[in-house]
Design a protein around this ligand. Structure first.
Ligand SMILES: Nc1ncnc2c1ncn2[C@@H]1O[C@H](COP(=O)(O)OP(=O)(O)OP(=O)(O)O)[C@@H](O)[C@H]1O
Length: 445
Protein backbone atom coordinates (compact mmCIF):
# COMPACT_ATOMS: atom_id res chain seq x y z
CA UNK A 1 0.00 0.00 0.00
CA UNK A 2 1.42 3.38 -0.88
CA UNK A 3 2.15 5.91 1.80
CA UNK A 4 -0.32 8.24 0.32
CA UNK A 5 -3.40 6.05 0.82
CA UNK A 6 -4.22 7.75 4.10
CA UNK A 7 -3.54 11.13 2.55
CA UNK A 8 -5.87 10.31 -0.30
CA UNK A 9 -8.36 9.00 2.17
CA UNK A 10 -8.23 12.34 4.01
CA UNK A 11 -8.86 14.15 0.74
CA UNK A 12 -11.76 11.84 0.04
CA UNK A 13 -13.22 12.39 3.53
CA UNK A 14 -12.93 16.11 2.97
CA UNK A 15 -15.85 15.80 0.61
CA UNK A 16 -18.19 14.57 3.31
CA UNK A 17 -16.82 16.07 6.49
CA UNK A 18 -16.41 19.64 7.56
CA UNK A 19 -12.95 21.11 8.10
CA UNK A 20 -13.70 21.20 11.81
CA UNK A 21 -14.58 17.51 11.95
CA UNK A 22 -11.45 16.63 10.04
CA UNK A 23 -9.27 18.78 12.26
CA UNK A 24 -10.82 17.67 15.50
CA UNK A 25 -11.22 13.96 14.94
CA UNK A 26 -9.53 12.64 11.86
CA UNK A 27 -6.24 14.48 11.39
CA UNK A 28 -5.04 13.91 14.98
CA UNK A 29 -5.20 10.13 14.45
CA UNK A 30 -1.80 8.57 14.06
CA UNK A 31 -1.62 6.10 11.23
CA UNK A 32 0.39 2.95 10.81
CA UNK A 33 0.02 1.53 7.34
CA UNK A 34 0.90 -1.90 6.08
CA UNK A 35 -0.29 -3.79 3.04
CA UNK A 36 -3.17 -5.52 4.77
CA UNK A 37 -3.87 -3.25 7.64
CA UNK A 38 -4.47 0.41 8.27
CA UNK A 39 -4.08 1.04 11.99
CA UNK A 40 -5.60 4.26 13.20
CA UNK A 41 -4.38 5.24 16.63
CA UNK A 42 -6.53 7.51 18.72
CA UNK A 43 -4.97 9.34 21.67
CA UNK A 44 -7.67 8.20 24.08
CA UNK A 45 -10.87 6.22 24.45
CA UNK A 46 -13.14 9.18 23.97
CA UNK A 47 -11.67 9.99 20.57
CA UNK A 48 -11.66 6.33 19.55
CA UNK A 49 -15.32 5.86 20.46
CA UNK A 50 -16.38 9.07 18.77
CA UNK A 51 -14.49 8.26 15.58
CA UNK A 52 -15.85 4.72 15.62
CA UNK A 53 -19.45 5.85 16.02
CA UNK A 54 -19.38 8.84 13.72
CA UNK A 55 -16.80 8.23 11.04
CA UNK A 56 -15.54 4.67 10.85
CA UNK A 57 -17.95 3.53 8.16
CA UNK A 58 -17.05 6.55 6.06
CA UNK A 59 -13.35 5.83 6.50
CA UNK A 60 -13.81 2.18 5.58
CA UNK A 61 -15.82 3.12 2.52
CA UNK A 62 -13.17 5.62 1.45
CA UNK A 63 -10.36 3.09 1.92
CA UNK A 64 -12.36 0.48 -0.04
CA UNK A 65 -13.05 2.93 -2.82
CA UNK A 66 -9.44 4.11 -3.03
CA UNK A 67 -8.04 0.59 -3.07
CA UNK A 68 -9.82 0.00 -6.36
CA UNK A 69 -9.58 -3.58 -7.53
CA UNK A 70 -6.93 -4.66 -5.08
CA UNK A 71 -7.89 -6.06 -1.71
CA UNK A 72 -8.65 -3.16 0.64
CA UNK A 73 -6.62 -3.15 3.84
CA UNK A 74 -8.47 -3.81 7.02
CA UNK A 75 -9.07 -0.68 9.07
CA UNK A 76 -8.37 -1.03 12.79
CA UNK A 77 -9.16 1.76 15.15
CA UNK A 78 -7.55 1.58 18.57
CA UNK A 79 -6.18 3.65 21.41
CA UNK A 80 -2.45 4.09 21.21
CA UNK A 81 0.51 6.00 19.99
CA UNK A 82 3.03 5.17 17.33
CA UNK A 83 5.82 6.88 19.24
CA UNK A 84 7.25 5.89 22.60
CA UNK A 85 5.69 7.91 25.29
CA UNK A 86 7.01 7.10 28.75
CA UNK A 87 4.86 7.77 31.71
CA UNK A 88 6.22 8.66 35.11
CA UNK A 89 4.04 7.79 38.04
CA UNK A 90 2.85 10.83 39.85
CA UNK A 91 2.56 9.02 43.16
CA UNK A 92 6.29 8.91 43.61
CA UNK A 93 6.35 12.68 43.93
CA UNK A 94 4.95 13.62 47.25
CA UNK A 95 3.28 16.96 46.89
CA UNK A 96 5.34 18.36 49.71
CA UNK A 97 8.48 17.94 47.70
CA UNK A 98 7.19 20.07 44.94
CA UNK A 99 8.21 23.69 45.01
CA UNK A 100 6.04 25.80 47.21
CA UNK A 101 7.31 28.73 45.20
CA UNK A 102 4.87 27.88 42.42
CA UNK A 103 2.00 29.25 44.42
CA UNK A 104 3.83 32.33 45.46
CA UNK A 105 5.60 33.27 42.28
CA UNK A 106 3.17 32.22 39.58
CA UNK A 107 -0.12 32.50 41.40
CA UNK A 108 -3.08 30.98 39.63
CA UNK A 109 -4.05 34.25 37.89
CA UNK A 110 -7.53 32.86 37.42
CA UNK A 111 -10.45 35.18 36.85
CA UNK A 112 -13.01 34.17 39.44
CA UNK A 113 -16.13 34.71 37.39
CA UNK A 114 -14.91 32.77 34.37
CA UNK A 115 -16.73 29.65 35.51
CA UNK A 116 -18.70 26.92 33.78
CA UNK A 117 -21.84 28.31 35.39
CA UNK A 118 -21.27 31.66 33.68
CA UNK A 119 -20.47 30.12 30.34
CA UNK A 120 -23.47 29.92 28.03
CA UNK A 121 -23.58 26.77 26.01
CA UNK A 122 -24.52 26.78 22.33
CA UNK A 123 -23.84 24.74 19.25
CA UNK A 124 -20.77 26.84 18.52
CA UNK A 125 -18.99 25.94 21.74
CA UNK A 126 -20.65 22.69 22.80
CA UNK A 127 -17.78 20.38 22.07
CA UNK A 128 -15.14 22.63 23.62
CA UNK A 129 -17.24 23.07 26.73
CA UNK A 130 -17.90 19.34 27.07
CA UNK A 131 -14.21 18.57 26.69
CA UNK A 132 -13.26 21.26 29.22
CA UNK A 133 -15.73 19.81 31.71
CA UNK A 134 -14.30 16.35 31.27
CA UNK A 135 -10.83 17.72 31.90
CA UNK A 136 -12.05 19.46 35.04
CA UNK A 137 -13.50 16.15 36.26
CA UNK A 138 -10.45 14.06 35.36
CA UNK A 139 -7.41 16.31 35.18
CA UNK A 140 -4.41 14.66 33.59
CA UNK A 141 -6.55 11.71 32.59
CA UNK A 142 -9.26 12.75 30.17
CA UNK A 143 -7.52 14.64 27.39
CA UNK A 144 -3.99 15.82 27.79
CA UNK A 145 -3.30 18.32 26.42
CA UNK A 146 -6.64 19.91 25.75
CA UNK A 147 -6.18 22.26 22.85
CA UNK A 148 -8.90 24.85 22.21
CA UNK A 149 -8.72 26.95 19.09
CA UNK A 150 -10.88 29.62 17.48
CA UNK A 151 -11.07 33.30 16.56
CA UNK A 152 -10.67 36.19 18.99
CA UNK A 153 -13.16 36.81 21.75
CA UNK A 154 -15.04 33.53 21.45
CA UNK A 155 -14.55 32.21 24.98
CA UNK A 156 -11.33 30.17 24.84
CA UNK A 157 -9.80 31.95 27.81
CA UNK A 158 -13.07 31.79 29.70
CA UNK A 159 -13.25 28.01 29.31
CA UNK A 160 -9.66 27.59 30.36
CA UNK A 161 -10.27 29.57 33.52
CA UNK A 162 -13.45 27.61 34.13
CA UNK A 163 -11.40 24.42 34.27
CA UNK A 164 -8.90 26.07 36.62
CA UNK A 165 -11.61 27.44 38.89
CA UNK A 166 -13.33 24.06 39.05
CA UNK A 167 -10.05 22.31 39.88
CA UNK A 168 -9.41 24.76 42.69
CA UNK A 169 -12.93 24.31 43.97
CA UNK A 170 -12.39 20.58 44.15
CA UNK A 171 -8.95 20.95 45.67
CA UNK A 172 -8.03 24.38 47.01
CA UNK A 173 -4.42 23.24 47.36
CA UNK A 174 -4.04 22.34 43.71
CA UNK A 175 -1.19 24.14 42.00
CA UNK A 176 -2.67 25.74 38.98
CA UNK A 177 -1.33 28.44 36.76
CA UNK A 178 -2.80 30.38 33.90
CA UNK A 179 -0.29 32.25 31.84
CA UNK A 180 -0.44 34.07 28.55
CA UNK A 181 2.20 32.76 26.19
CA UNK A 182 3.78 36.22 25.94
CA UNK A 183 4.21 36.23 29.68
CA UNK A 184 5.70 32.76 29.61
CA UNK A 185 8.24 34.04 27.12
CA UNK A 186 8.90 37.18 29.19
CA UNK A 187 9.36 35.20 32.41
CA UNK A 188 11.67 32.81 30.69
CA UNK A 189 13.82 35.58 29.27
CA UNK A 190 14.05 37.12 32.73
CA UNK A 191 15.00 33.79 34.24
CA UNK A 192 17.74 33.41 31.67
CA UNK A 193 19.03 36.90 32.38
CA UNK A 194 19.05 36.34 36.13
CA UNK A 195 20.41 32.86 35.95
CA UNK A 196 17.31 31.42 37.55
CA UNK A 197 16.23 29.19 34.73
CA UNK A 198 16.32 26.11 36.96
CA UNK A 199 13.84 27.74 39.34
CA UNK A 200 11.70 28.64 36.38
CA UNK A 201 11.72 25.04 35.24
CA UNK A 202 10.96 23.67 38.69
CA UNK A 203 8.17 26.13 39.11
CA UNK A 204 6.34 25.19 35.98
CA UNK A 205 7.00 21.51 36.23
CA UNK A 206 5.66 21.37 39.75
CA UNK A 207 2.17 22.42 38.71
CA UNK A 208 -0.91 20.21 38.74
CA UNK A 209 -2.31 22.07 35.78
CA UNK A 210 -0.77 24.57 33.42
CA UNK A 211 -2.85 26.69 31.07
CA UNK A 212 -1.17 28.67 28.35
CA UNK A 213 -3.21 31.12 26.33
CA UNK A 214 -2.73 32.16 22.72
CA UNK A 215 0.21 29.93 21.91
CA UNK A 216 0.41 31.47 18.44
CA UNK A 217 2.72 33.99 20.17
CA UNK A 218 5.33 31.26 20.45
CA UNK A 219 5.73 31.38 16.70
CA UNK A 220 9.30 32.15 15.70
CA UNK A 221 10.55 32.18 19.31
CA UNK A 222 12.75 29.14 19.19
CA UNK A 223 14.32 29.26 22.62
CA UNK A 224 10.91 29.63 24.25
CA UNK A 225 9.54 26.77 22.21
CA UNK A 226 12.44 24.62 23.30
CA UNK A 227 11.79 25.38 26.96
CA UNK A 228 8.09 25.00 26.56
CA UNK A 229 8.56 21.70 24.79
CA UNK A 230 10.44 20.27 27.76
CA UNK A 231 8.02 21.69 30.29
CA UNK A 232 5.15 20.33 28.28
CA UNK A 233 6.68 16.86 28.08
CA UNK A 234 7.50 16.80 31.77
CA UNK A 235 3.93 17.74 32.65
CA UNK A 236 2.40 15.20 30.30
CA UNK A 237 4.63 12.45 31.57
CA UNK A 238 3.70 13.29 35.11
CA UNK A 239 0.02 13.20 34.09
CA UNK A 240 -0.29 16.84 35.03
CA UNK A 241 -2.90 18.63 32.98
CA UNK A 242 -1.99 21.00 30.17
CA UNK A 243 -4.53 23.23 28.44
CA UNK A 244 -3.61 25.38 25.49
CA UNK A 245 -5.44 27.87 23.33
CA UNK A 246 -4.62 29.27 19.95
CA UNK A 247 -6.32 31.47 17.41
CA UNK A 248 -6.09 28.75 14.77
CA UNK A 249 -5.64 25.05 14.26
CA UNK A 250 -2.14 24.17 15.56
CA UNK A 251 -0.88 22.80 12.26
CA UNK A 252 -1.65 26.16 10.68
CA UNK A 253 0.58 28.19 12.99
CA UNK A 254 3.66 29.15 11.02
CA UNK A 255 6.91 29.31 12.89
CA UNK A 256 5.95 26.62 15.37
CA UNK A 257 8.15 23.54 15.52
CA UNK A 258 6.72 20.36 14.04
CA UNK A 259 7.45 18.34 17.15
CA UNK A 260 5.33 20.73 19.19
CA UNK A 261 2.51 20.68 16.70
CA UNK A 262 2.45 16.93 16.63
CA UNK A 263 2.48 16.70 20.40
CA UNK A 264 -0.45 19.06 20.69
CA UNK A 265 -2.43 16.42 18.86
CA UNK A 266 -1.83 13.81 21.56
CA UNK A 267 -4.80 14.96 23.52
CA UNK A 268 -7.91 16.51 22.11
CA UNK A 269 -8.14 19.49 19.80
CA UNK A 270 -11.47 21.28 19.75
CA UNK A 271 -12.73 24.37 17.97
CA UNK A 272 -14.92 27.22 19.19
CA UNK A 273 -17.00 28.91 16.52
CA UNK A 274 -18.65 32.33 16.57
CA UNK A 275 -21.97 32.04 18.42
CA UNK A 276 -25.20 31.57 16.53
CA UNK A 277 -27.91 34.15 17.04
CA UNK A 278 -29.66 32.16 19.78
CA UNK A 279 -26.44 31.72 21.75
CA UNK A 280 -25.60 35.40 21.41
CA UNK A 281 -29.02 36.28 22.78
CA UNK A 282 -28.59 33.86 25.67
CA UNK A 283 -25.17 35.32 26.44
CA UNK A 284 -26.62 38.84 26.50
CA UNK A 285 -29.36 37.77 28.90
CA UNK A 286 -26.83 36.06 31.13
CA UNK A 287 -24.46 39.04 31.21
CA UNK A 288 -27.31 41.46 31.82
CA UNK A 289 -28.62 39.33 34.66
CA UNK A 290 -25.13 39.25 36.20
CA UNK A 291 -25.31 43.04 36.20
CA UNK A 292 -28.77 42.98 37.74
CA UNK A 293 -30.36 44.30 34.54
CA UNK A 294 -33.60 43.01 33.06
CA UNK A 295 -33.04 43.10 29.32
CA UNK A 296 -36.12 43.26 27.05
CA UNK A 297 -36.20 40.46 24.42
CA UNK A 298 -36.28 42.84 21.49
CA UNK A 299 -33.18 44.62 22.74
CA UNK A 300 -31.26 41.37 23.15
CA UNK A 301 -32.23 40.24 19.64
CA UNK A 302 -31.40 43.62 18.20
CA UNK A 303 -27.87 43.66 19.65
CA UNK A 304 -27.26 39.99 18.81
CA UNK A 305 -28.38 40.47 15.22
CA UNK A 306 -26.19 43.48 14.66
CA UNK A 307 -23.02 42.32 16.35
CA UNK A 308 -21.98 38.97 15.04
CA UNK A 309 -18.24 38.88 15.10
CA UNK A 310 -17.48 37.76 18.63
CA UNK A 311 -18.63 37.63 22.21
CA UNK A 312 -16.25 40.29 23.44
CA UNK A 313 -17.80 42.86 21.11
CA UNK A 314 -21.24 41.70 22.08
CA UNK A 315 -20.39 42.24 25.73
CA UNK A 316 -18.89 45.64 24.92
CA UNK A 317 -22.10 46.76 23.24
CA UNK A 318 -24.22 45.58 26.14
CA UNK A 319 -21.94 47.30 28.63
CA UNK A 320 -22.31 50.51 26.73
CA UNK A 321 -26.10 50.30 26.73
CA UNK A 322 -26.22 49.55 30.45
CA UNK A 323 -23.77 52.34 31.28
CA UNK A 324 -25.73 54.87 29.22
CA UNK A 325 -28.96 53.84 30.86
CA UNK A 326 -27.46 54.21 34.34
CA UNK A 327 -25.92 57.51 33.45
CA UNK A 328 -29.06 59.05 31.99
CA UNK A 329 -31.53 57.25 34.23
CA UNK A 330 -33.51 56.09 31.19
CA UNK A 331 -34.94 52.57 30.83
CA UNK A 332 -33.39 50.24 28.26
CA UNK A 333 -35.82 50.21 25.35
CA UNK A 334 -35.19 49.39 21.71
CA UNK A 335 -35.03 53.06 20.72
CA UNK A 336 -32.72 53.85 23.59
CA UNK A 337 -30.44 50.98 22.54
CA UNK A 338 -30.34 52.10 18.91
CA UNK A 339 -29.35 55.54 20.05
CA UNK A 340 -26.74 54.31 22.52
CA UNK A 341 -25.12 52.11 19.90
CA UNK A 342 -25.51 54.48 16.99
CA UNK A 343 -21.81 55.03 16.28
CA UNK A 344 -20.92 51.42 16.80
CA UNK A 345 -23.66 50.19 14.48
CA UNK A 346 -22.94 52.83 11.87
CA UNK A 347 -19.45 51.41 11.76
CA UNK A 348 -20.77 47.91 11.30
CA UNK A 349 -23.48 48.84 8.85
CA UNK A 350 -21.19 50.89 6.74
CA UNK A 351 -19.16 47.81 6.17
CA UNK A 352 -21.99 45.39 5.60
CA UNK A 353 -23.89 46.48 2.53
CA UNK A 354 -25.66 44.17 0.11
CA UNK A 355 -23.08 45.10 -2.45
CA UNK A 356 -20.30 44.08 -0.12
CA UNK A 357 -22.04 40.82 0.70
CA UNK A 358 -22.44 39.99 -2.98
CA UNK A 359 -18.78 40.64 -3.70
CA UNK A 360 -17.61 38.66 -0.70
CA UNK A 361 -19.85 35.69 -1.51
CA UNK A 362 -18.89 35.69 -5.21
CA UNK A 363 -15.26 35.82 -4.22
CA UNK A 364 -15.67 33.04 -1.66
CA UNK A 365 -17.31 30.71 -4.16
CA UNK A 366 -14.97 31.84 -6.94
CA UNK A 367 -17.71 32.97 -9.28
CA UNK A 368 -18.59 36.19 -11.03
CA UNK A 369 -21.04 38.76 -9.64
CA UNK A 370 -22.91 38.53 -12.92
CA UNK A 371 -23.75 34.88 -12.31
CA UNK A 372 -24.66 35.57 -8.71
CA UNK A 373 -27.23 38.13 -9.80
CA UNK A 374 -28.18 36.56 -13.11
CA UNK A 375 -30.84 34.12 -14.18
CA UNK A 376 -28.92 30.84 -14.30
CA UNK A 377 -30.33 28.20 -12.04
CA UNK A 378 -27.75 25.46 -11.74
CA UNK A 379 -27.11 24.31 -8.18
CA UNK A 380 -23.55 25.66 -8.18
CA UNK A 381 -24.97 29.13 -8.72
CA UNK A 382 -28.26 29.09 -6.85
CA UNK A 383 -26.67 27.92 -3.58
CA UNK A 384 -24.23 30.86 -3.30
CA UNK A 385 -27.04 33.16 -4.43
CA UNK A 386 -29.28 31.88 -1.64
CA UNK A 387 -26.46 32.18 0.87
CA UNK A 388 -25.85 35.79 -0.21
CA UNK A 389 -29.55 36.59 0.16
CA UNK A 390 -29.72 35.02 3.61
CA UNK A 391 -26.64 36.96 4.69
CA UNK A 392 -28.18 40.17 3.39
CA UNK A 393 -31.29 39.52 5.46
CA UNK A 394 -29.26 38.72 8.52
CA UNK A 395 -26.66 41.47 8.34
CA UNK A 396 -28.46 44.47 6.92
CA UNK A 397 -31.64 46.34 7.67
CA UNK A 398 -33.02 45.94 4.16
CA UNK A 399 -36.47 44.46 3.68
CA UNK A 400 -37.12 41.31 1.63
CA UNK A 401 -38.37 43.27 -1.42
CA UNK A 402 -35.30 45.53 -1.26
CA UNK A 403 -32.99 42.55 -1.11
CA UNK A 404 -34.85 40.90 -4.02
CA UNK A 405 -34.42 44.07 -6.01
CA UNK A 406 -30.67 44.10 -5.41
CA UNK A 407 -30.44 40.51 -6.57
CA UNK A 408 -31.39 41.10 -10.18
CA UNK A 409 -34.94 42.27 -9.48
CA UNK A 410 -36.21 39.10 -7.81
CA UNK A 411 -39.46 38.75 -5.94
CA UNK A 412 -39.48 38.99 -2.12
CA UNK A 413 -40.82 35.42 -1.88
CA UNK A 414 -37.64 34.19 -3.56
CA UNK A 415 -35.61 35.88 -0.86
CA UNK A 416 -37.80 34.41 1.85
CA UNK A 417 -37.43 30.97 0.32
CA UNK A 418 -33.64 31.44 0.17
CA UNK A 419 -33.49 32.39 3.86
CA UNK A 420 -35.51 29.32 4.86
CA UNK A 421 -33.55 27.02 2.61
CA UNK A 422 -30.20 28.23 3.95
CA UNK A 423 -31.38 27.83 7.54
CA UNK A 424 -32.48 24.27 6.79
CA UNK A 425 -29.25 23.44 4.95
CA UNK A 426 -27.10 24.84 7.70
CA UNK A 427 -28.69 22.38 10.08
CA UNK A 428 -28.32 19.38 7.82
CA UNK A 429 -25.11 20.09 5.96
CA UNK A 430 -21.95 20.92 7.90
CA UNK A 431 -20.21 22.28 4.83
CA UNK A 432 -22.84 24.87 4.13
CA UNK A 433 -22.83 25.81 7.78
CA UNK A 434 -19.04 26.21 7.68
CA UNK A 435 -19.28 28.35 4.56
CA UNK A 436 -21.92 30.50 6.17
CA UNK A 437 -19.91 30.95 9.36
CA UNK A 438 -16.77 31.82 7.41
CA UNK A 439 -18.65 34.40 5.40
CA UNK A 440 -20.26 35.87 8.51
CA UNK A 441 -16.87 36.17 10.10
CA UNK A 442 -15.31 37.78 7.04
CA UNK A 443 -18.14 40.25 6.71
CA UNK A 444 -18.36 41.28 10.35
CA UNK A 445 -14.81 41.34 11.60
N1 LIG B 1 -20.30 31.16 25.82
C1 LIG B 1 -20.04 32.21 26.57
N2 LIG B 1 -20.78 32.49 27.64
C2 LIG B 1 -20.53 33.57 28.39
N3 LIG B 1 -19.54 34.43 28.18
C3 LIG B 1 -18.75 34.21 27.12
C4 LIG B 1 -18.95 33.09 26.28
N4 LIG B 1 -18.02 33.12 25.31
C5 LIG B 1 -17.26 34.20 25.55
N5 LIG B 1 -17.69 34.86 26.63
C6 LIG B 1 -17.14 36.12 27.19
O1 LIG B 1 -16.58 36.86 26.10
C7 LIG B 1 -15.38 37.51 26.51
C8 LIG B 1 -14.26 37.09 25.59
O2 LIG B 1 -13.97 35.73 25.81
P1 LIG B 1 -12.47 35.17 25.98
O3 LIG B 1 -11.60 36.21 26.58
O4 LIG B 1 -12.55 33.86 26.66
O5 LIG B 1 -12.11 35.02 24.44
P2 LIG B 1 -10.89 34.32 23.75
O6 LIG B 1 -11.48 33.33 22.80
O7 LIG B 1 -9.92 33.80 24.74
O8 LIG B 1 -10.26 35.51 22.92
P3 LIG B 1 -8.73 35.89 22.63
O9 LIG B 1 -8.28 34.98 21.55
O10 LIG B 1 -8.83 37.30 22.20
O11 LIG B 1 -7.96 35.71 23.89
C9 LIG B 1 -15.15 37.12 27.95
O12 LIG B 1 -15.61 38.14 28.79
C10 LIG B 1 -15.99 35.87 28.16
O13 LIG B 1 -16.47 35.75 29.47
Amino acid sequence: MSDSLWQRCLDRLGRDLSEQELNTWIRPLQVVESRHRLRLLAPNRFVRDWVRDQFLTLIEDAVGELSGDSQAPQVNLEVGSAGVRPRRQKAEESSDQRPKAAEVVIGSRLVADHTFENFVEGKSNQLARAAARQVAENPGQAYNPLFIYGGVGLGKTHLMHAVGNRLLEQNPRARIAYVHSERFVGDMVKALQHNTINDFKRLYRGLDALMIDDIQFFAGKERSQEEFFHTFNALLEGQQQVILTCDRYPKEVNGLEERLKSRFGWGLTVAIEPPELETSVAILFRKAAQDGVDLPDEVAFFIAQRIRSNVRELEGALRRVIANSRFTGQPITLDFTKEALRDLLALHEKLVTIDNIQKTVANYYKMGIKDLLGKRRSRSITRPRQVAMALSKELTNHSLPEIGEEFGGRDHTTVLHACRKVKELRESDARINDDYQNLLRTLTS
